[in-house]
Design a protein around this ligand. Sequence first.
Ligand SMILES: CC(C)(COP(=O)(O)OP(=O)(O)OC[C@H]1O[C@@H](n2cnc3c(N)ncnc32)[C@H](O)[C@@H]1OP(=O)(O)O)[C@@H](O)C(=O)NCCC(=O)NCCS
Length: 153
Amino acid sequence: MRIRLFETQDAEQVAQLFHDTVRAVNIRDYSDSQVQAWAPDDIDFRNWLKVCSSRFTYVADDDGVIAGFGELEPNGHIDCFYCHKNYQRCGVGSQIYQAIEAKARELGLGRLFVEASITAKPFFQRMGFSVVKEQEVTRRGETFINYVMEKLL
Ligand SMILES: CC(C)(COP(=O)(O)OP(=O)(O)OC[C@H]1O[C@@H](n2cnc3c(N)ncnc32)[C@H](O)[C@@H]1OP(=O)(O)O)[C@@H](O)C(=O)NCCC(=O)NCCS
């Protein structure tokens, strides 16, 4: 498993991974209509190439298979953070997170923060984050509970 920065050719796998993980993994904690709004049928609802290239996006590359990805914005916000549905709980998320934290320290950031799903909350707690607040957000007409979490560096 190699953790490296996102490259142009990763866009399609990243888009599919996001879609499949939300539909197969997050469905544990959210309803059918919620996961359909979160990961719409059209996997290109987001311009993955443009967005992933515009911040520090790390991918876990398992011999050509993208096993997970995580996005760090320059202000310390962790945006998308997803592991492949077939690579859950294998330590992939931890490795991507280590790369993000190392970059944050290199940038001199004092704080990392994330809006973690119910599904991802225990993972971020394990990475040393604490819950700032529970909140409701609305995406494409569906309302979701998630947790603003932060880690001071
Ligand atoms: C959150 C996510 C990225 C974590 O990635 P992962 O590769 O499965 O996590 P790891 O295997 O590195 O887990 C590291 C540690 O975190 C904790 N952890 C991870 N998932 C957990 C869970 N479901 N319940 C409890 N603890 C968990 C454990 O302590 C784990 O160590 P252990 O397996 O040795 O006990 C992954 O579960 C995922 O893709 N979730 C769905 C997408 C999502 O909700 N993303 C966040 C959007 S905000």
